[in-house]
Write a protein of this length. Structure first.
Length: 153
């Protein structure tokens, strides 16, 4: 799958016997893999309890880290898409539109460097809103070209 497209759900299940089962499910395709990790020694109840407490304690940090990674992935995909769009369809844009698009791209790249999830999302939205009319224009040109010389009847 292209970068940023797969969405994976990972589950860690620790049973009473100390066997850890790790499940990974790709949400779009439904592909599922799982692995069991059996300890070579017994895990004490205290250690199991500590592991569960650690997972609860760090859950908020884990979610924050995941959201930042997803924002960065989305931003990278947006930068790639807009740069390819400019390469292929730059002739349909004027110099000012191209210049402003590059300004928005640089702002998004700068936001990526900060690691601020909210700023990254804001710059993605800014770039998306700025370039949306260009995509619509390209679609109009493509449809006009495809329909040239044809009638609806």
């Amino acid at each position: 799958m292209p970068a940023g497209f797969p969405k994976v759900d990972i589950n860690f299940i620790l049973n009473a016997d100390g066997i850890l089962k790790i499940q990974a499910i790709e949400l779009r395709s439904g592909v599922k893999q799982e692995v069991e990790v059996k300890p070579a020694y017994g895990i004490s109840d205290e250690l199991v309890e500590q592991m569960l407490m650690d997972s609860i304690t760090h859950a908020k940090d884990d979610v924050s880290a995941r959201m930042l990674i997803e924002a960065k992935t989305e931003a990278d995909q947006m930068v790639y898409t807009v740069e390819r769009f400019l390469e292929k369809n730059g002739t349909l844009l004027n110099a000012e539109e191209i210049s402003n698009t590059h300004i928005h791209l640089e702002a998004l790249k700068a936001a990526l460097a900060t690691g601020d999830k909210d700023l990254i999302h804001a710059k993605i939205d800014d770039l998306n809103n700025f370039t949306r009319p260009f995509a619509e224009r390209v679609m109009d040109v493509a449809i006009s070209t495809a329909m040239k010389g044809k009638s609806i009847e």
